[in-house]
Design a protein around this ligand. Sequence first.
Ligand code: KIV
Length: 251
Amino acid sequence: MKRKGHRISMLTAYDFPTAQLLDEALIDCILVGDSLGMVVQGKTTTVPVTVEEMIYHGEMVSRATKRAMVIVDLPFPVGQLGVVHTVTTAAEIMKKTQCHAVKMEGGHLQSDSIRALVDAGIPTIAHIGLRPQSVHALGGYRVQRDNDQLMTDALAAEKAGAFAVLIECVPEELAKKVTDAIQVPTIGIGAGAGCDGQVLVTNDMLGWNSGYVPKFVRKFADLRTEALNAVRQYRESVSSGEFPGSAESLK
Ligand code: KIV
């Protein structure tokens, strides 16, 4: 797709109905992100998410998906524990979820693990720029502006065999430079229009949450407001005795 100039669409899913919906809408790649720790579990970071939780959600998403590429995140600290641990855990995730690929946070420093995953037949995306699993080391969810670090990470990930590089929270110009410097596609989130593809957290772009939404998100719908109105109407209909009506009652 990069060579043909076709932009790649990616969204997150954590459950069966959402994955079915994304697949039906012809989204290219479905990411079972460890963002589920924040989006589904209501935690403040992705750090507590476990391998078992990634498998639980990844299996549902894979089962619902007929067409899209399904990618499952390696949760913290799987990609940092050495080659054997990383490959063993990624293989377990692949076997149990039937996903097509994994994503791991890291670039230059993790290139041995990326290489080992690829050599083991596990297609891998490297996640660079803002790496949410390192939020405490990075001093918060901040824009990443270090040109050299980003370029080094992207080139190392590509050399190690990553089939794509996900770039999070980086100035548009810098992400474009990286995109032009590597042959494999870049998928941006908060990284501007110069990337080869885009990813968003589905709950954010559908307006299906009540918390903080980053500046780079576009809300394509406001599902939470719709759902809140529907639930309020239901409560009023029950309390007034208007629901169920005769059409909703069994004879
Ligand atoms: O975990 C996730 O959903 C991600 C996206 C923010 C790209 O890594």
